[in-house]
Design a protein around this ligand. Structure first.
Ligand code: ZN
Length: 243
């Protein structure tokens, strides 16, 4: 049976002579794999709708083990403009890979689709600080995917003081009296983490922090994302050459 879904291509892999296997985030079916036959043929009219960063309407069939075959497609929006800037492209590649690694197959994922679409829109059309975009995406993705860190109070005694310590592996806070383990975080950094975790998605990138806080936020969110993912995505190493 055929069905129609809208989804964002977050990974493309060449397959056989002329085909591609796409990893796509859809609202309806979550993260799925789609085999797009013949799209690497130079005469394929679908080629421009099945690339990385394309938001596309797919007509698909199959679905055994979350694997589908594409029968038709129509491009809705492409974020290909990102690829004009090598740093933005490396960042988009890393963020997409992180999402692909974290998301389970076939789970409801409207929120995460919105997060990735918003982020790609910001990368394509604005000049926001890329380090902040990276940090906000990392933490928000984890929060959406069931790894919301406990940012309210100390894990041990429930106190809230400043500074606190953010325990990366436990995803929670400690006060200095209970356990001074993890990353030391001042109040401003904790405020930034809370903002990213709880704010309406539309306002995710509408914050600024001082230079010092930005540095700590960058490292804190990356460490947390890598800890949840279990290992750093390969694309992070490449991104590190630029930022
Ligand atoms: Zn405590």
């Amino acid at each position: 049976m055929e069905e129609k879904v809208c989804g964002l291509v977050i990974r493309e892999t060449d397959y056989r002579e002329n085909d591609k296997i796409l990893t796509v985030i859809t609202k309806e079916l979550g993260k799925i794999s789609i085999c797009a036959r013949g799209v690497r043929n130079s005469r394929s009219k679908n080629a421009s709708a099945v690339r990385f960063m394309c938001y596309t309407e797919f007509v698909i069939s199959g679905g055994r083990n979350n694997f589908y075959y594409m029968t038709q497609c129509a491009l809705i929006q492409s974020f290909y403009k990102i690829s004009e800037d090598v740093v933005k492209l490396s960042l988009a590649t890393y963020l997409a890979q992180l999402a692909a690694d974290i998301m389970p197959e076939c789970s409801e994922s409207g929120e995460t689709l919105s997060l990735v679409l918003n982020t790609f829109y910001v990368l394509a059309n604005t000049n926001k600080d890329l380090a902040l975009v990276k940090a906000a995406f990392e933490l928000r993705l984890m929060a959406q995917q069931g790894y919301m860190p406990q940012l309210e109070c100390c894990n041990g005694c429930g106190e809230i003081t400043s500074p606190m310590f953010f325990d990366i592996s436990a995803g929670g806070l400690w006060c200095p009296a209970c356990a001074a383990k993890g990353v030391k975080i001042e109040k401003n950094l904790l405020d930034a983490l809370r903002y990213i975790a709880y704010c309406p998605l539309k306002q995710l990138f509408s914050f600024t922090v001082s230079e010092n806080i930005a540095k700590d936020l960058y490292s804190c969110c990356e460490q947390y994302a890598v800890s949840v993912a279990g290992r750093p995505p390969k694309s992070l190493e490449y991104l590190k050459m630029f930022m």
